[in-house]
Design a protein around this ligand. Structure first.
Ligand code: PMP
Length: 295
């Protein structure tokens, strides 16, 4: 990914893509002191930019460091990256990290860096392909207790268990994995939130008390409510999965992705998943939703 044309915003300057480097003694590399975002651009417009910039600043704060730019400055820098690289349908990756002045667990004096890169990454909107649903394995790691890890931060270090779980799932022929939390409750996928639809047509999703309350998750909850669906946020145990008819994931990269299988449980992506796949697509492309009759 490092050998390509384009420019990256790096500590306040636009520099050639290939020149955006970090020192090997960066604290972030040794001790995981870095936070990041994943943002989509649709038709040249950045979706929920300020929400992402705010979460980046908050993620850093949770890890005890302050990004030396305001949310407004981060918004402007992100827009500049998209504009200068002529991104129409793409993905943006802001990352903030502790630098290399001090080496050791303590890094109080280290400079805080920020870089923002963006690249073309079209979202192939084909509802029929999506409706086949993806297959999830049971993850080999669990989301940690918030007393064990700063679980509300989008911190790079927390992705170690996601990468290991996703690799194990891929090695077994699955697309992704469903992670439980430390209590054994259903939590999320390795990079997306999870929702279920029961026989009564209600949408159930785990309460986000130890994983990200995703920006897409909140958007989709709003869309479902606009359609008159009942949303229930609650504790969901893995042995309840057989009670659900539909399942889907939400996330900036995943958008709304129906799920066909989780381990031994099968789901049939249906009307509610399709509706939300389409509503989400219309929303990100900035089209007004048709007026719906809410029962
Ligand atoms: N959980 C995890 C672990 C993630 O990496 C993501 C993607 N950022 C999400 C949930 C969904 O968050 P969002 O909808 O804000 O992209």
């Amino acid at each position: 990914f490092d050998d390509r044309d384009g420019t990256i915003w790096h500590d306040g300057e636009m520099i050639p893509w290939r020149d955006s480097k970090v020192h090997v003694l960066s604290h972030a590399l040794h001790y995981g002191s870095s936070v990041f975002e994943g943002i989509r651009v649709y038709g040249g417009k950045i979706f929920k930019l300020t929400e992402h910039s705010q979460r980046l600043v908050e993620s850093a704060k949770i890890l005890g460091f302050k990004i030396p730019y305001t949310v407004e400055e981060i918004d402007a820098a992100t827009q500049k990256v998209v504009d200068e690289n002529n991104i129409v349908d793409g993905y943006i990756r802001p990352v903030a990290w502790r630098g290399s002045e001090m080496m050791g667990v303590s890094a109080q004096k280290n400079t805080i860096h920020l870089a923002i890169a963006a690249w073309e990454w079209p979202s192939y909107f084909d509802p029929e392909a999506r409706m086949k649903g993806i297959r999830l394995d049971n993850a080999i790691y669990r989301r940690p207790n918030p007393e064990t890890a700063p679980s509300r931060s989008k911190a790079a270090g927390l992705y170690m268990i996601c990468t290991l779980s996703k690799h194990a799932a891929e090695d077994r022929g699955y697309h992704d994995a469903m992670m439980l939390d430390w209590r054994g409750q259903v939590a999320e996928a390795t990079g997306a939130n999870i929702f279920f639809v029961n026989k009564a047509g209600e949408i159930h999703t785990p309460t986000p008390d130890c994983f990200l309350d995703g920006i897409t998750r909140r958007t989709v909850i709003g869309l479902a409510k606009d359609r008159g669906y009942k949303i229930v946020e609650r504790v969901i145990m893995p042995d309840e999965l057989g009670d659900f008819e539909e399942c889907f994931l939400t996330g900036t990269a995943a958008e709304v992705t129906p799920v066909a299988e989780i381990g031994e449980y099968k789901f049939t992506p249906g009307d509610i998943s399709r509706q939300l796949v389409e509503d989400y697509d219309r929303t990100v492309r900035g089209q007004a939703l048709e007026k719906v009759n809410v029962a």
